[in-house]
Write a protein that binds this ligand. Structure first.
Ligand code: NAI
Length: 349
């Protein structure tokens, strides 16, 4: 089913509002989810609405959170999210970080006790639109083995970065620190397909190509990805005094409890380090030079991070966003949720 961006936004907002979030907050959650689907990050768009609605309806996302922000130093602050919607908390915290970085040159803002915040690209692009560099990292539920280990300890702990250029382009780099998302394993499992041997491990910690035997995911690039996901957990968990590593709550364990997750935004004002126009011109030059590089066999061009997502968005603007029929039926139906996620498989099969 193809729908316009506007229609998809309205359907998701209505459902989340019906689940219990006030209209303004449901609007922000829907902004972030629509952004994800429009960029082709379908793993973090409409597919999540039923899960969020179940969690909101059961009280595991606070519908009237007591949000607060306190400055702890000229360039540091803590946003207390009271287990409210992560998308809303992360956006409001980024607003604070942008204001702070404009004033002091730098902002390091931690979000404490939030729920899942979706695709991090949304938040770092807020900074880049204001001629700032945005960096954001967050925790997610433990499902990845440490390098050389056989049991899951860290989450897929993503890292995002955005920087402005002198033209309409922007660098948007946004990735999980695992080779693949859990959803890709489930997809292969549902089709009885094998998976590449660098995606996941079985119960003994051995790499497996059998999607039915997968017990945990592998970090990107072995010890290097393992180090990166550890760094993310230190910055968005331990630094903020929150549960870390295997103590991070599971997305599907108890939907009536708050998730107590952390996220850290770092915003840098380039104007405090170099001439802003020169900075932006050099980013544009870098992107131009990358585009001029002769593609290798099998490639038609070199892309810069975020470019393909924007191309998808332009295509969707013209032709509508493709939404799986089941999800469309759910979004247009009366039911708020079907009690599908609470206390289910640790990774919600
Ligand atoms: P991905 O593997 O699709 O893309 C990773 C990065 O590589 C992106 O910046 C993309 O622009 C770039 N890229 C991809 N193909 C490229 C190409 N051909 N040339 C140049 N650059 C290219 O992303 P991944 O790792 O699957 O993450 C998807 C989303 O999941 C992200 O938005 C992330 O924030 C989100 N996420 C959120 C979590 C949470 O708990 N909130 C947990 C894990 C991931």
């Amino acid at each position: 089913m193809k729908v316009t961006k506007e229609k998809l936004h309205q359907l998701m907002q209505d459902k989340i509002e019906a689940a219990g979030l006030p209209k303004d907050q449901a609007g922000i959650v829907s902004d972030v989810l629509t952004f994800a689907d429009a960029r082709g990050i379908h793993s973090h768009g409409a597919v999540r609405v039923e899960y969020y609605s179940e969690r909101i309806a059961k009280g595991g996302i606070t519908n009237n959170p007591d949000f607060s922000f306190r400055k702890t130093a000229p360039s540091c602050g803590i946003f207390e999210a009271d287990n409210g919607a992560g998308h809303v908390a992360a956006k409001l915290a980024m607003d604070e970080a942008i204001t702070m970085a404009k004033e002091t040159g730098l902002a390091v803002v931690g979000v404490r006790n939030m729920s899942h915040s979706g695709a991090l690209a949304y938040f770092v692009e807020m900074a880049a639109k204001e001629d700032l560099i945005g960096i954001s990292v967050c925790q997610s539920d433990p499902m990845v083995v440490p390098f050389g280990g056989s049991e899951a300890y860290f989450g897929t702990n993503p890292i995002a970065f955005a920087a402005p250029s002198q033209d309409e382009r922007m660098i948007t780099f946004d990735m999980a620190t695992t080779v693949q998302a859990w959803g890709k394993i489930l997809h292969a499992r549902s089709r009885n397909e094998a998976i590449p041997d660098n995606w996941a491990v079985d119960a003994e910690g051995n790499s497996t190509t059998d999607s039915t035997k997968v017990n945990a995911l592998l970090p990107i690039a072995g010890p290097k990805g393992y180090g990166l996901m550890m760094m993310v957990d230190v910055l968005s968990g331990i630094l903020l005094g929150l549960p870390f590593g295997k103590h991070v709550s599971s997305m599907y364990h108890d939907l009536s409890a708050g998730r107590e997750l952390g996220q850290l935004h770092i915003v840098i004002n380039p104007a405090n380090f170099t001439d802003l126009d020169l900075f932006k011109a050099n980013i544009s030059q870098m992107l131009d030079e990358l585009k001029e590089i002769k593609p290798s066999e099998g490639f038609t061009e070199v892309n810069y991070p975020g470019e393909r997502g924007r191309q998808r968005e332009e295509n969707y603007e013209k032709n509508g966003i493709e939404i799986v029929d089941d999800i469309y039926d759910y979004l247009t139906g009366d039911a708020i949720h079907f009690d599908r996620y609470d206390h289910k498989n640790k990774f919600a099969e």
